[in-house]
Ligand binder design. Structure first.
Ligand code: PLP
Length: 462
């Protein structure tokens, strides 16, 4: 079958429109003998019967295995170059108390980006010394609470935060470890990176201004300087952007060593994952090898000790673990410019449970979940039910052409920035998050009901 001219150039007609591309699906997703999608031994139809749709299904063992393998790879590779690594899970990708416990049990620390994320980590019982706090505009309350709790590291993002954090530390009688976020001028995304004198963005301090701000930090007895921090982007497939950022930070790091200790270097997160069958991210152990080589090489060139390196992966820990299940409601064959047909398959969720495709054009894939089919593949667009024409969940993929109302469809790799960015647009309740492991399913975050949605409306008669 030839491809539909409406399909993007990267999308080929699959030999089997039921196949689950290994890199895209969580490791315990399979098709049963009857052709149905199963995740960790739980059939998609059982999940839908128990929890309804839409539902986020997290393959718990997948998250734990990825967290463990990131930590082990970085531990191994930084030990090889005579140093050590600290892995922080970027909680912004998806945080619940269960997830916080899974990743900390796997030996990771957690980065939080707000008081709310901090509250979730604390509710999970995470020791505050294992937390890092980020943000370009932390409130005074957030800073005070973090310092008071003994949060392990605060990332200072602007000059004014030096005195804000220092004063909070004095109030609490603590010495607060801090990093300084640098705007390295490097921005990376998938295959390309862009290097400028300074990236046009809100985060961080320009390289040239950093020595003066580090001097301010060092002059505060209530602060201790851990090192520099950089985060260059997300969904990155190559290591050259990290290498360029590390090169830039290293020059500054070496300069700062002349006036005091700089024990750590934080290179942020952003490691890419596969959303479609053509995405080929680096394996995480390869990322670790390259990072260790980049950092050790940079240190050798400058004749300085290899620092402890911190990283902050979010997407690569939870992204591939989760599959969203939806029910198909309506289907339209839309003749585009009088020539080719795009099948619009509308589902019972949309931009409220996954805003990434409409927010920045992110691509996803889709498969039938309740059955397999030998029907000829048809180009589909998975559309949400919201009142926005841009409300698309999957811009383009092929499904068996007999897809029909009532079918369950599965969109893989929705674990990062899916639930975390979900909204109540059109008063849809946020779907539940269900963890599956060893044939068992349990709700880890319940879905919102109509009652929840009305509960904050003060005009409701009660
Ligand atoms: C400072 C910082 N660290 C880590 C991350 C996590 O990135 P990713 O989920 O792509 O690994 C982000 C994402 O925005 C970030 O801003």
């Amino acid at each position: 079958m030839s491809s539909n001219p409406l399909a993007p150039s990267w999308l080929a007609v699959p030999d089997d429109a039921n196949a689950l591309a290994e890199a895209v699906w969580s490791r315990n997703a399979t098709r049963s003998a009857a052709g149905e999608l199963e995740i960790a031994g739980v059939a998609a139809t059982d999940l839908v019967e128990r929890f309804g749709t839409p539902v986020y299904v997290v393959d718990e063992a997948d998250v734990k295995a990825r967290a463990t393998s990131i930590r082990e790879s970085f531990d191994r590779e930084f030990a090889r170059v005579g140093s050590a690594a600290k892995v922080y899970y970027a909680g912004k990708a998806f945080l619940s108390t269960e997830v916080a416990r899974w990743v900390t049990d796997a030996g990771l620390n957690i980065d939080v980006a707000s008081g709310g994320e901090l509250a979730v980590a604390l509710a999970a019982g995470v020791d505050p010394s294992r937390l890092g706090l980020h943000g370009n505009n932390k409130s005074l309350r957030e800073i005070d609470r973090a310092v008071g709790l003994g949060v392990g590291a605060i990332v200072i993002d602007s000059e004014i935060e030096v005195s804000r954090v220092a004063e909070a530390a004095v109030r609490h009688g603590r010495v607060q470890p801090v990093r300084l976020r640098i705007n390295s001028g490097v921005h990376a995304s998938t295959h390309e990176y862009l290097a400028t004198a300074r990236e046009d963005q809100k985060f961080g301090i320009p390289l040239a201004d950093a020595p003066a701000i580090v001097a301010l930090i060092r002059a505060e007895p209530s602060l201790t300087f851990l090192g520099l921090h950089s985060h260059i982007g997300s969904q990155i497939f190559e290591s050259d952007g990290f290498a360029e950022a590390a090169r830039r930070l290293f020059a500054l790091h070496a300069q700062l060593l002349a006036d005091g200790p700089v024990p750590e270097l934080n290179l942020g997160g952003g490691f890419g994952i596969a959303y479609t069958s053509v995405d080929e991210p680096l394996a995480i152990d390869e990322v670790a090898v390259r990072f260790a080589d980049i950092v050790a090489g940079g240190a050798a060139e400058l004749g300085i000790p290899v620092p402890i390196v911190a990283i902050e992966p979010g997407r690569s820990v939870v992204g591939p673990s989760t599959t969203t299940l939806y029910t198909v409601g309506t289907i339209k064959d839309v003749l585009v410019e009088g020539a080719n047909v795009r099948k619009y398959v509308s589902i019972d969720g949309g931009m409220s449970d996954n805003v990434r495709p409409s927010l920045y054009g992110a691509d996803y894939s889709v498969r039938l979940a309740n059955r397999s089919s030998d029907a000829e593949p048809a180009l589909v667009r998975i559309a949400g039910k919201h009142c926005e024409s841009g409300d698309i969940v999957v811009h383009a993929d092929y499904l068996p052409g007999d897809v029909r109302p009532g079918d369950i469809v599965a969109v893989p790799a929705t674990g990062a920035y899916g639930w975390a960015m979900a909204s109540n647009y059109n008063y849809l309740g946020r779907p539940p998050v269900v963890a599956v492991i060893d044939g068992e399913a349990r709700v880890i975050v319940r879905g919102e009901t109509e009652e929840d949605l009305l509960s904050r409306d003060m005009g409701v008669a009660r």
